[in-house]
Design a protein around this ligand. Structure first.
Ligand code: ITT
Length: 193
């Protein structure tokens, strides 16, 4: 099985990717290449950050790799938290504080439409390739479910049965999620090489 390095410090993303690509690719983590640094992600767009993370690892470690940048875009908030999804409420990755900030800003708002957008950037043989995935949904008024991570417990995908991503199994989420879709495109590309 072919090895592929995933340039992320997010353990949940790594686990999702390993599940989605299980049996096809051996997904290695940054720890596996002895990288324990915070990779800069200061671009103004999701795509820019995805490219920045993959290029940073490629430049510093000289390996082929891919990265994922994801944002939750809420229409009534003008696309927030968007590229700031990880650090919406605080400087750290405080998921509960992030969710509370969204719920407070959305109090009394009737337009609850939102989407997750993922861009995966792959650097292979010195060439950059990007793969995108999106899922439409609604922001609920309170948390439902303990599964998943990030904003999953307040995001109800349009294509589901009313449950949030936080109430779904990993397989159910991956089948329709932003990341699942972007990874399917990545896997198709890798398989064709
Ligand atoms: P890396 O940059 O190290 O990959 P990160 O957590 O910083 O990890 P992002 O910059 O892509 O990742 O931040 C996106 C934030 O959006 C993340 O911290 C979560 O809070 C949220 N998020 C990302 N994917 C999600 C998903 O599938 N479900 C719910 N929330 C998600």
């Amino acid at each position: 099985m072919k090895d592929i390095i995933f340039a992320t410090n997010n353990a949940h993303k790594l686990e999702e990717l390993r599940q989605i690509l299980a049996g096809r690719f051996n997904v290695l983590s940054l720890a596996d290449i002895d990288c324990h640094e915070d990779i800069p992600e200061t671009a103004p767009t999701i795509e820019g950050n995805a490219v920045m993370k993959a290029q940073w690892i490629h430049e510093h470690y000289g390996v082929d790799c891919f990265s994922d940048d994801t944002g939750l875009e809420i229409d009534a908030l003008g696309g927030e938290p968007g590229v700031h999804s990880a650090r919406y409420a605080t400087d750290g990755h405080d998921n509960i504080a992030n969710i509370n900030k969204v719920l407070t800003k959305m109090a009394g708002v009737t337009d609850r439409t939102a989407r997750f957008r993922t861009v995966i950037a792959l650097i292979m043989d010195g060439e950059l390739h990007t793969f995108k995935g999106e899922v439409e949904g609604r922001i609920l008024t309170e948390r439902h479910g303990e599964g998943g991570f990030g904003y999953d417990s307040i995001f109800q995908p349009v294509e589901g049965d009313g449950r949030t991503f936080g109430e779904m199994s990993a397989q159910e989420k991956n089948a329709i999620s932003h990341r699942g879709r972007a990874v399917a495109r990545l896997a198709e590309f890798l398989s064709s090489r």
